[in-house]
Design a binder for this molecule. Sequence first.
Ligand SMILES: Nc1nc2c(ncn2[C@@H]2O[C@H](COP(=O)(O)OP(=O)(O)OP(=O)(O)O)[C@@H](O)[C@H]2O)c(=O)[nH]1
Length: 404
Amino acid sequence: MESYIVFGLVLLVVVIGATLALVAPRFRKPPTLPPAQKPTAPPVKQAPPAPTKQAPPVPTKLPPKKQVPPVVEAPPPVVEAPPPVVEVPPPVETPEPTAGRLVRLRARLSRSQNVFGKGLLALLSRDKLDDDTWDEIEETLIGADVGVAATTEIVGKLRERARVHGTATASDLRDMLADELVAALAPEMDRGLAATQRDGRPAVLLVVGVNGAGKTTTCGKIARVLVADGHTVVMGAADTFRAAASEQLATWGSRVGAEVVRGPEGADPASVAFDAVKRGIEAGVDTVLIDTAGRLQNKVGLMDELGKVKRVVEKHGPVDETLLILDATTGQNGLEQARVFTEVVDVTGVVLTKLDGTAKGGIVIAVQRKLGIPVKLVGLGEGPDDLAPFDARQFVDALIGTDA
Ligand SMILES: Nc1nc2c(ncn2[C@@H]2O[C@H](COP(=O)(O)OP(=O)(O)OP(=O)(O)O)[C@@H](O)[C@H]2O)c(=O)[nH]1
């Protein structure tokens, strides 16, 4: 019996033990894991890149918005092209006739008129022409750049005539003075320009002078004088020293329909001059007018350049006229420059510019006497036709007035 009880107890214990063994785990606390192994932080196994699996081939029929259009470069904005620039040549002008220009421009001599017309005539109108008055007359003429020698001669003759006349009125004296001034201007000198063809070849005119004298401007004005007188003209821009000079000449030429032969800046002046004459011959014009450079520091340089221009041009034939441009406002100093030019080239005529800007109109007399070369044209302003053929009588009348 006892053994049954023991057996029963043992069985009971076994059953209980087994039951506990089965049930206990359910109530057991979950094991505490070390933080790193917290289940919350699952090993950061890179989340598999979203469907790394090859994306299925894009169905060819994708909705149009998803299709990436090929990058097409946007065309540049349409800029409206400016209308083509059409160079309209300036209308060809008709220069004013040359006859009567000096008379028309006589008022431009107003500064010199004050000296001659007012100053001298006031002196000659004095009741008594004594030595002091004659001295004053002399001083006035010298002050007007007539030059000492010419003044002495003019006053000497006038004084003698007044003495012989005995009772000369102011009007008589004014006429006598006019005569003496005209005589001093050597009215017999030929002042015509050699501007017509010779042996079927154009006349060649060289224009020389220092820069600033108004050389290029005067060259343009001479072309107008020639055109006004019915000549056809080609100009050569052989002043290649100053870039603007050839541009300036081209403008003058285009205004009167005269062709201008130019070379590149700094070109050999002689070659431009040669080409101009060649062109003039081809075109069959009456005159070829050549502007030369004057910015030469010494006589040797001047000789070299002008000498070469002349030599090269003369391969076509002789130069017919060499005009020296002189600034009237430079007075006696200008005469020194002038002399250098006459030693270098055979100057056949003088153009006296800027007579409107001086009270010393007597320079015309001094120039002619000192150089023995006629003044052929005078510049009386900046206008294109403010260049007049010189005439001794008209000039003197303009200076001292024709009325008593
Ligand atoms: N008042 C007046 N001005 C003149 C006359 N002739 C020329 N001029 C002026 O003188 C200035 C110089 O003229 P340019 O022809 O450029 O002189 P230039 O320096 O001898 O010419 P380049 O030798 O080419 O340099 C210009 O402003 C002309 O308008 C004139 O008779 N009267």
